[in-house]
Design a binder for this molecule. Structure first.
Ligand code: PBE
Length: 306
């Protein structure tokens, strides 16, 4: 029932807020229509959030954008708390269990939208960009060294729904390699689109870099199997974001399927674009932003100042 959440979330959030309008603030004792000040100068939302945006790893683009949002929207006193994907989702789960306010750095594809009722906060200043694509990036010279791998990597293209299957499995306790293998076995037609006509190789080693974000754990584990199916020996290593880019740029790793562009990894792209090869999107229609539970009576990043 979550199919179109990425856009529907905003719309639903808007209508929701109409009937939740009276109950969002800690200090709203004035629900009977008498109103001297109707909250304009109050900081009830900010206080209820403890002036905290729950972030993920410091290297993530969405964290950098959230810090920029604090500046752009003048979110006075707010801090983006840096942790990890796993810590963020566990804080989110706890808050939702207790129906407490929380705002997190969020993105889709991500299983949290299937698990919880969430909405993106509107971003009228466009700090988090519009739709993002996830790109496949290789090191310079990989095409000459391993043309078969580059063919497969370049063909790789799937959808949010495809990725969600692996991600949800992992969230439900499956080992990432097993979840990827189940998808691989069940989607041989798609795998064939990426590998058909590609010559097989004999155990050449190729390394994929990634960051341990839920979405990239899914895609990288799958790409490992796809490359293995044409004969490669594939090593995958989890790095911090800028080290992932640096590894490709310095030939320490061969490729990655984890570049979020044009906004999320704009800083890394600017720094490394001359030293890497962009094979284009492997998934379209991704997004990042600030995400809150549906029950919160706010709809826009601007409301965090209330
Ligand atoms: N993410 C997931 C990453 C890209 C993939 C949105 C957390 C980031 O913010 O850099």
């Amino acid at each position: 029932m979550k199919k179109n959440w990425k856009r529907a979330g905003l719309a639903v959030g808007l209508s929701f807020s109409l009937f939740l309008a009276a109950c969002g603030n800690d200090d709203d004792t004035s629900t009977d229509g008498e109103s001297g000040d109707n909250g304009d100068s109050s900081t009830a939302v900010a206080e209820s959030l403890d002036y905290t945006i729950t972030g993920i790893d410091a290297g993530a683009g969405v964290v950098a954008r959230a810090q920029e949002a604090v500046e752009t929207y003048n979110l006075e006193g707010y801090e983006v708390q840096v942790s990890s994907s796993a810590a963020m989702t566990s804080a989110l789960a706890t808050a939702i269990e207790n129906e407490e306010p929380i705002v997190v750095t969020g993105w889709n594809p991500h299983w949290k939208f299937a698990e919880f009722d969430l909405k993106y906060l509107e971003d009228p200043e466009g700090v988090f960009g519009e739709a993002e694509d996830i790109h496949t990036i290789t090191r310079l010279g990989l095409e000459e060294d391993m043309p078969e791998a580059v063919e497969v990597l370049g063909n790789f293209f799937w959808t949010e729904d495809d990725m969600a299957i692996i991600m949800n499995d992992i969230n439900n306790g499956a080992d990432p390699a097993v979840a990827a293998e189940d998808w691989f076995d069940a989607n041989q037609d798609k795998v064939a689109e990426w590998t058909d006509g590609v010559a097989t190789v004999d155990g050449d080693s190729i390394s994929l870099a990634f960051v341990a974000w839920d979405s990239e754990i899914a895609s990288t584990n799958l790409m490992k199997l796809v490359l293995e199916s044409v004969g490669y020996e594939v090593d995958i290593s989890a790095l911090e974001n800028s080290f992932m880019w640096e590894a490709i740029a310095s030939n320490e790793a061969d490729a990655m399927v984890a570049a979020w562009l044009p906004v999320t990894h704009a800083t890394q792209w600017e720094q490394f674009e001359d030293r890497v090869v962009d094979l284009g999107p492997n998934l379209e229609g991704a997004a990042i932003g600030l995400v809150v539970p549906e029950y919160m009576d706010i709809t826009s990043i601007e409301d965090l100042n209330n």
